[in-house]
Design a protein around this ligand. Structure first.
Ligand SMILES: *Cc1c(COP(=O)(O)O)cnc(C)c1O
Length: 227
């Protein structure tokens, strides 16, 4: 099932769009199924669960942290994380930088943009993003590398609204690229799109989609994660 689902999602992706298989709440055996079907990029949103899976699974997996990351937990994932998607404050960016330097690493990060109408979603507004980049503090942080922007759309059936939100994210991404990263070819990622809206996200120039339930099925939130 999982490999068939994976192939279905893969064949619906535009050229160059990267697939992050979101495996939170799913057991290691299911991740292995996806791994054996060729998937190498996995996304998780809970630190403990991610660390346990990292320990249990092959070391050529690229782990992405996609959820809200608490500052005090950064140290547990810094030694091995490939990309942190949802950096939503300077405080968090500073802590990632600090832990990365301790580990002798440069950690790739995406800044989270708030484009949804839901108030519960984290992230910088487009203006806040410009302001925080203009302040320039990030330029002195040699332990982090900002490689793009991430966002989530409102959870709604209104496709037009989702288009509008993703379009705002793309416009903001382009502005920021031009103003602050024109000379940095590695600033190129726009992480947007989940199971319910990744086709719209692709249409609006997403470069990276984070797809969970379409690959692994529904998550069971009632049981605590165990290996
Ligand atoms: C869980 C999650 C996803 C995947 O959601 P699905 O609807 O299962 O595809 C994507 N992005 C983030 C930030 C998530 O927390």
């Amino acid at each position: 099932m999982i490999s068939q689902n994976l192939n279905k999602v893969r064949s619906s992706l535009k050229d160059g769009v990267e697939l992050v298989a979101v495996s939170k709440y799913h057991p290691v055996s299911e991740l292995l199924e996806a791994y054996n079907a060729g998937q190498r990029i996995f996304g998780e949103s809970h630190v403990q669960e991610l660390v346990a899976k990292y320990d249990a699974l092959p070391k050529d997996i690229e782990w992405h942290f996609i959820g809200h990351l608490q500052t005090n937990k950064v140290k547990y994932i810094t030694p091995f994380i490939s990309l942190i998607h949802a950096v939503d404050s300077m405080k968090l960016l500073k802590e990632i930088n600090k832990q990365a330097l301790k580990n002798g690493r440069v950690v790739n990060c995406l800044l989270q943009l708030h484009v949804a109408q839901e108030e519960t979603k984290f992230g910088f507004t487009p203006q806040e993003l410009v302001d925080v980049l203009a302040a320039g503090e990030w330029k002195d942080m040699t332990g982090i590398h900002i490689v793009g922007v991430m966002c989530m759309a409102t959870n709604t059936d209104d496709d037009d609204q989702i288009h509008r939100e993703f379009r705002l994210a793309y416009d903001t991404f382009c502005n920021v690229k031009k103003e602050f990263f024109a000379d940095d070819d590695s600033f190129k990622e726009l992480s947007m799109g989940m199971s319910g809206d990744y086709m719209i996200a692709q249409y609006e120039h997403s470069t990276m989609v984070r797809v969970g339930s379409m690959i692994f099925g529904n998550r069971d939130y009632s049981t605590k994660f165990t290996i």
